[in-house]
Design a protein around this ligand. Sequence first.
Ligand SMILES: [Mn+2]
Length: 359
Amino acid sequence: MKLGFGLYRHMLNSEHYRFARQCGATHVVVHLVDYFNQGDQQGENSQPIGGLDGWGYAGATPDEAWSLDRLLALKAEINAHGLELEAIENFDPSHWHDILLDGPKKEEQIAHVKEIIRNVGAAGIPIFGYNFSIAGVCGRCVRHDARGEAETVGMDGLCEETTAPIHNGMVWNMVYDRNAPAGALPEITHDELWQRLEFFLNELVPVAEAAGVRLAAHPDDPPLTTMRQQPRLVYQPDMYQRLLDISPSPSNGLEFCLGTLAEMTDGDIYDACDRYTRQGNVAYIHFRNVSGKVPHYHETFIDQGDIDMSKIMAILKKNHFEGVMIPDHTPQMSCAAPWHAGMAYAMGYMKSCMNTPSS
Ligand SMILES: [Mn+2]
């Protein structure tokens, strides 16, 4: 098991690589998508929240950033700071909006996405995380419910942010076409969304296999049945199995988000962790904690929520999980560096958990 650290695009610099190392990380997971481009965000160091118009505008990251040369340069820069580049997390909506929406550019976009995966493999980056979702990560609000009234995110029942339709030109909680005609995305069934995922996996998994890349699926966060009148895909733990069964392969793996899984209304987090790590499906882990289940939950400090993290750690050790775990997100701490303090707190806890023999 390896301790990693997730970095947003604007954090890909020496200061943040050093911070990750100082927190004990040996590996990093990077986001190349700029979630904060012209969006109405409260701060670039918090996880993106956004409102009805999403996080911001897609496509801000130049295409060049996904080229083999730039990926090799990024990896070299990270290696020079004593870290390994374990994964890239997420496509930009501009890469795949018509794959998610079954639109006219679907074929052109799947060809581009394949090219990205080939580049990732050629650069020696082992994992690519994605979240096959129309609404994306949305519908959450800022709360002060973590210990000591720490600022965190969660849901307090359904609200306009979870029920309002998504306007045209927007997908995955970002705007990809600001000139789209007025109106909202048409409603589709859950089966239609699964068919779109089948197309994506059937096309991409063989390419990922040849490139030596593991695709890693994040579940729906928050895991509601529908979000903004669009179906969700993986909103109960068993639904991960359906995704795996579409294209059984080591390259069809999971970005196993403990927080999101604990927010689900069915199943048991320990059973799910045992099953998917025993089967060898987990590419990497978002190691975080929550209190409650949708639609009433909030993210907590790592030692505070419903999940017994030491019990999870014992399962990971029993099943010889060899991958990376990262904190994903944490509450913000009241001090001059709220994000840094929250992440450092989580990292210290994780490192200690990893090093403590299971009883
Ligand atoms: Mn996550």
